[in-house]
Design a protein around this ligand. Structure first.
Ligand code: GLA
Length: 365
């Protein structure tokens, strides 16, 4: 029997939150942490899924429809469904999943699973698709099968990642432009503080933010918020909450573009300031942070980070910070103690690097 092995990494978004579905800009990196799927097709109509993390098996038919599959397996079933819907071949068999991407931490463990399943399935069926097609199919599975109304960032980051590069993504054209992200050369480290407060995007808050943006765009007479700019636009939005949501999206797009320039010229002080501003905008205008997450970001700043911000969809997950390499241990200890003092759960703190994107490992007979 031939097996097909593919891996796909999680991602960290450096800046540009909730901009993807507004066709704006974001700048994620792919992580070194990844999900690997080994697929042994058997010609049947059923896929069995085994994961060493979950410790439980799961199975679904390749003909499964939205609503038929629950839990983590629905992300795998969703992309198989999306492939079939698009007219591509799918086949049953055994998939085994191994992942070191933390789950529910805002690091896109779900996109990693989707992309690895897609690549291994495509290898088995001889289907050749480019990154954008794969990303769109994975998003379709997540939106229409799992029911999470997410954008395209996580999949594009997982598929397009490059070592020591951030990816400047323009969601209007879906272009992905690598930007130098060479922290070693500046004696800096990207520190990740996982709050260990899990989040979920199929729940109402993410959807509500998206609906605010759609409603405001309609009010402004445009298809998406990408088509508007400037303060005077805000005055034309009647509802004060929608207005604040749009202020975040418009200002965040500007910060992403400025951040890409600062990064390319090695101005990491400026990058840090933009990260701080992004966090404040997510806290005050988009209202997707929590007191726990705000405390972590603030504590990182107080103890010497150049900048800190929550990454991902919000309401928990991780805070990232740019930190001088010699200060990593001191800052880790200080932040851990601030969190404990305020009675929040212990964090998991680690450093992250920009890694390479998803790939097929081999096919072995
Ligand atoms: C989640 C979604 C992405 C994006 C971010 C917020 O990660 O999956 O599409 O919207 O939230 O930037």
């Amino acid at each position: 029997m031939t097996t097909y092995t593919a891996y796909a990494p999680g991602r960290i978004n450096l800046i540009g939150e909730h901009t993807d579905y507004n066709l704006g800009f974001a700048m994620p990196i792919a992580l070194e942490e990844r999900t690997t799927v080994t697929f042994e097709p058997d010609g049947s109509d059923r896929i069995t899924l085994a994961s060493d993390e979950e410790g439980v098996g799961s199975a679904f038919d390749v003909t499964a429809q939205p609503g038929d599959v629950d839990g983590w397996a629905s992300y795998a079933a969703g992309v198989v469904w999306a492939l079939a819907q698009a007219g591509h071949p799918v086949v049953g068999g055994a998939m085994s999943v191994h992942s070191d991407v933390p789950i529910g931490a805002g690091l896109s463990s779900s996109a990693a699973l989707e992309c690895a399943v897609l690549l291994s399935m495509n290898a088995a069926t001889g289907t050749e698709l480019d990154n954008l097609d794969v990303a769109r199919l994975a998003q379709r599975g997540e939106n229409d099968f799992v029911g999470a109304p997410t954008g395209l960032m996580d999949q594009l980051a997982s598929l397009g990642g490059e070592v020591d590069r951030a990816l400047l993504i323009d969601f209007e054209t879906s272009s992905v432009e690598p930007v130098a992200f060479e922290l070693d050369a500046h004696d800096l480290v990207l520190l990740v503080v996982n709050s260990n407060a899990a989040h979920q995007h199929s729940t109402g808050e993410y959807r509500a933010r998206r609906e605010s943006c759609t409603r405001a765009a309609r009010e402004l007479g445009v298809d998406t918020l990408r088509d508007v700019q400037g303060e005077d636009v805000l005055e034309r939005i009647g509802d004060s909450v929608d207005r604040a949501r749009v202020r975040h999206v418009l200002s965040e797009n500007q910060r992403v573009l400025e951040c890409a320039k600062a990064m390319a010229s090695g101005d990491f002080r400026r990058v840090g300031t933009l990260m701080d501003q992004s966090h404040a905008s997510m806290r005050d205008d988009f209202e997707i942070t929590t007191p726990h997450i705000d405390l972590i970001a603030e504590s990182l700043g107080v103890h010497g980070a150049l900048g800190a911000r929550m990454t991902g969809g919000g309401f928990g997950g991780c805070v990232i910070a740019l930190v001088p390499a010699p200060d990593v241990d001191r800052i880790t200890t200080a932040v851990t103690s601030d969190i404990a003092e305020r009675g929040f759960p212990d964090p998991t703190i680690f450093t992250a690097r920009a890694g390479r994107g998803a790939a097929l490992v081999n096919d072995r007979t």
